[in-house]
Design a protein around this ligand. Structure first.
Ligand code: ADP
Length: 636
């Protein structure tokens, strides 16, 4: 029961209410900021998700587009439309007996050399016995010569090769060179298991190199290297490599220019190996050969396996433009590679898409989009910040206004007790005097007169108090009526000071007055202005105990007239000088010295001065006294 009452009294107390107000405003604002923050987080997650989804959709479209282009190439393949010369691609057909490559000469080497092994070694046995056993090279040459006229070109080529060999051994190098020249005519005929044209040229180069005939060597080697690069002979990779290596060395060039064709030929070898292991119908694959991405599409035609083997340039020209156009419209970048860890990209593996390559799709402007989001976030943060500031400032000003109201309430209750106190003194003396007079005891005439004077003073004081309070009430409500007329200010101040002197002289106070002559008239309400001057005089006396002299000056100040009331009393600290003009506010001087008062005197003075279009000024320092100046505009 008691606790409920305490609770009730808690929220009814002004401070409890203030705390409740703060809790009610600050609580929801903190909640709002928190919610905003959460919202921001969710927004960011959503944004990321949106970007990811866009990329996923783009990846699907890219894959579909690649499928379409590859299908077009596969259709070309089915219709035997081969790439043209100069393309970084070739078409091969695995026939039962041979491997055909289109455009012709585009295949540098083959999975197996298709030149038949040397025929009829027995034909040469007799002649070779002269060469190897007897080392009679002349005889051997003579023995080979009839064979060089054989109707079988293979026998002829074999014989020429052997004649040249013997001529070399016999030191007849020029003859050997000529024989090799003759052998070149047999070009693709097998000579010792290799095409005769190749063997002849290779041997001529070797001889020319040995003879130091550089120019001839350069011509011959260029010829050999050119034929090799044009895929002139059907060589195995090992054969091709050995000859090409030597030819390039004789020419003094590096073999970089071969790289694209080498990559294609290696890919063909790989496909042949696959076809050797299993029956291939149709398919797609890619692999990196010679540091180049080679794509292979194959299909089974009526005559066997057919394949398109394409290097990167072909892909870029044929397959990528469509995808790149699409990528542009979808604002993504496309790479035919595996995902690099950490990068925000969508990867589609070859095994899933059925494409020859993995596809990697990344948002082109993901950063810009996130930046856009960051901009939005900054805006929201700014709005939240502004909200926090507004709520903070609002709460602060309400709390301040409330605290002020509380202070006024406190001042008001102090005012009531101060007023009661003010009333009590004259009332007490009135009661005592009237009791004494009522007793009917005989009193000396002077005594009786003194009593009546005291009665009169107390009644006057009460009257002044009541009038003052009533006037203050009117001023506060704006109902005060000022009867203004043209006045001689010096005369007005003199009459107030004179009246004050009469009262104050009993208390040992002196008031000096110095009024300038020739002052202009002022337009003012005599009674209220007189009260304002009286209040200042009253304060000057109250707050300067032990300093009996008060000085009053009336003088011109600019275009107006200043009435100054100066004392040498307690003075007023700077910090209080503004506040004491507010109603009910009493200064520390009043508090510490216990000087009685209600705190409305200066508020009234301010009201009156304002009503006259003037200003109230104060110069004061603690311990040095104060000067209050009423400055009024002159004008009759
Ligand atoms: P009251 O005198 O009834 O307290 P006022 O409104 O007349 O109320 O004055 C307000 C306060 O200003 C006083 O309480 C006092 O602290 C300060 N004050 C006014 N006049 C003087 C003065 N002449 N010297 C020092 N303090 C003064």
């Amino acid at each position: 029961m008691a606790s409920t009452r305490r609770l009730r009294s808690w929220y009814r107390s002004p401070y409890g209410l203030l705390a409740a107000f703060l809790a009610l405003t600050l609580g929801p604002s903190i909640g709002l900021v928190w919610l905003g923050w959460r919202l921001l987080d969710q927004d960011r997650a959503l944004e990321k998700q949106r970007i990811d989804e866009r990329r996923e959709r783009a990846a699907d479209q890219v894959v579909a587009s690649l499928q379409r282009t590859l299908q077009a190439s596969e259709l070309d393949l089915a219709q035997r439309r081969a790439p043209t010369a100069g393309d970084d691609a070739l078409m091969v057909e695995f026939r039962a007996s041979e491997l055909l490559a289109y455009p012709s000469g585009s295949l540098l080497f083959r999975p197996q050399a298709s030149v038949p092994q040397d025929v009829l070694p027995n034909v040469y046995r007799q002649a070779e016995s002269y060469e190897f056993q007897r080392r009679d090279y002349e005889r051997a040459i003579r023995a080979f010569q009839p064979l060089a006229r054989s109707p079988d070109p293979t026998v002829r080529a074999g014989a020429l090769l052997r004649i040249a060999r013997n001529q070399r051994k016999a030191g007849q190098l020029d003859s050997a060179l000529r024989t090799y020249s003759a052998l070149t005519a047999y070009d693709k005929t097998s000579a010792g298991g290799l095409p005769a044209g190749l063997v002849a040229r290779w041997a001529r180069c070797d001889l020319l190199a040995g003879l130091g005939r550089r120019q001839d060597l350069a011509k011959e080697a260029a010829d050999l290297y050119g034929l090799l690069q044009r895929g002139h002979w059907r060589l195995s990779q090992a054969e091709y490599d050995v000859v090409a290596e030597e030819a390039a060395a004789w020419l003094g060039v590096n073999r970089d220019s071969e790289t694209p064709a080498l990559a294609l030929a290696e890919a063909v070898t790989w496909l042949a190996a696959q076809a050797g292991r299993e029956t291939l119908d149709s398919g797609r694959a890619s692999s990196v050969r010679q540091n180049r991405l080679v794509t292979i599409l194959w299909t089974r035609g009526p005559d066997g396996l057919r394949a398109l083997v394409a290097g990167p340039q072909y892909g870029e020209r044929k397959w990528l433009p469509d995808v790149e156009r699409l990528a542009d419209t979808l604002r993504v970048t496309v790479a035919l590679s595996e995902r690099t860890p950490g990068a925000a990209a969508t990867s589609r593996s070859a095994s899933v898409t059925g494409l020859p390559w993995p596809v990697l799709v990344a948002n082109r402007d993901a950063k810009a989009e996130l930046e856009e989001f960051a901009g939005r976030r900054r805006l929201l943060l700014a709005a939240l910040g502004l909200l926090a500031v507004v709520v903070g400032a609002g709460t602060y000003s309400v709390a301040r206004a409330y605290a002020r109201e509380l202070a006024v309430m406190r001042l008001q209750s102090e005012f009531v007790s101060a007023v009661s106190h003010e009333f009590r003194t004259p009332l007490t003396s009135l009661r005592q005097l009237s009791e004494t007079l009522n007793e009917g005891r005989p009193l000396a005439d002077e005594r009786r007169a003194a009593y009546y004077q005291a009665l009169d003073r107390s009644t006057n004081r009460l009257e002044k108090l009541v009038e003052g309070l009533l006037d203050f009430g009117r001023m506060e409500s704006g109902a005060m009526v000022y009867r203004k007329q043209d006045l001689d200010v010096a005369a007005l101040v003199t009459s107030v000071v004179d009246e004050y002197r009469r009262e104050a002289s009993d208390r040992g106070r002196q008031v000096t007055l110095k009024a300038g002559s020739d002052l202009p008239l002022i337009h003012a309400d005599q009674e209220t202005l007189g009260r304002a001057i009286w209040n200042l005089l009253d304060n000057a006396e109250k707050y300067s105990p032990g300093c009996p002299t008060i000085r009053v000056d009336v003088e011109r100040e600019g275009v107006g007239i200043a009435i100054r009331v100066q004392d040498h009393g307690l003075g007023i600290p700077e910090a209080e000088q503004r506040d004491i003009l507010r109603k009910f506010v009493r200064g520390t001087a009043a508090d510490t010295t216990g000087i009685k008062g209600t705190g409305i005197g200066l508020a009234m003075v301010k009201h009156i001065v304002d009503a006259h279009g003037g200003s109230l000024r104060l110069e004061s320092a603690p311990g040095e006294g104060s000067t209050f100046s009423i400055v009024l505009p002159a004008g009759g």
